[in-house]
Design a protein around this ligand. Structure first.
Ligand code: AMP
Length: 117
């Protein structure tokens, strides 16, 4: 059982967040420290720590996260131009060990790094 993260607490309603989307498998929240005009996190309700910790049984969840990200990006008005970023591991910049997709949009990608910074 993975250690409970801040995202699990948000999913469980134990701490507040700016939630903009929810379905059976995931939520989407506005990042608390946005690095672009649109910076949304798509978070599975299942607490998979890192992408590399996902297994075959998570295939449907992983596919669902991609579809949800597209839907949320459209809802946020950046459906034609956004990046999806997954930081896997501390050395790659992961700070919350509960898998999440960063939707980065509304910025000039020619001036943005791959991490959206
Ligand atoms: P990562 O570095 O890929 O693990 O991304 C974690 C992200 O979570 C960072 O962009 C943080 O700004 C964001 N974050 C941390 N705590 C919160 C929170 N309570 N609500 C929304 N976003 C958060």
């Amino acid at each position: 059982m993975a250690e409970e993260t801040i995202f699990t607490k948000i999913i469980n309603g134990e701490i507040p967040a700016d939630k903009i989307y929810e379905d059976d498998l995931c939520i989407a929240i506005n990042d608390i420290a946005p690095r672009a005009p649109v910076h949304v996190l798509v978070i599975p309700k299942k607490p998979i720590p890192r992408l590399v910790d996902a297994s075959e049984e998570d295939q449907a969840i992983l596919g669902h996260l991609m579809l949800a990200a597209g839907e949320v990006a459209r809802q946020q008005g950046v459906g034609d131009a956004f990046r999806l970023v997954v930081n896997n591991g501390a050395d790659a910049g992961q700070t919350v060990f509960h898998l999440h997709l960063h939707i980065i949009g509304g910025t000039s990608f020619s001036e943005a790094s791959l991490a959206g910074e």
